[in-house]
Design a protein. Sequence first.
Length: 229
Amino acid sequence: MLQDNIKSLAISVPVRATLNYIKRSGVNLALDEANTYSTIDTLYVTLANALTGTGIDTLFISFDTTLYKSSHTFDVFLYNSTGNDGAGGIKVWENTELGSNTVTIDEYLKEVLMDVKAVPKVLTPNNDNKNDFTVFEFTLAKVQTNVIIKVFNTDGSLATVVCDEFFTAGQYSAAKTLAGRDEAKGLLNSWDGKDEDGELVPPGIYIYQVIADTDEGDVIKGGTVVVAY
């Protein structure tokens, strides 16, 4: 190990991860559960007690995550009980004896665009902080590409383009990547019930499409969402 008095670790992950255990010398270490969690790109692990003994050599960390592209580098950063005095994490460099910290796979999910849905399916954009917006969730695999999200009226006319942005492979699910749904309102893939002119659309059923641009052409998936007042 690079550091004594180890209190926490941060591991870069491709999507939200689930920690199984962290061990030293084959013994599970107690965790500070309140401060052990994952975001969309980082797994934070905090120990209940800092490792202050000398001769700390190896920690074994087991966690589950998903690769949506062919490879990912799992960089690890260490922090002591004072958070390294605000200096940032100490990076654990690749150890040639243990192998690479980059994982590469040959086979992965065959579909490019999956798990497309609107959450919630009914939005009530009346500024009461309850279902004022919906998030068009999706999983993008294998590619990094432009994604367009469109909302149509039932007569087929365009109500609005929610986003037209570049996305890397991964899960875009507000419920899984954000602690509070209020934060999701600022996501590129969220819709507040307004049309291209910034006016609230009339109540009713709307059709949405999530479109991923690929070398083989556009991959389109969608569904319906309801606006109610």
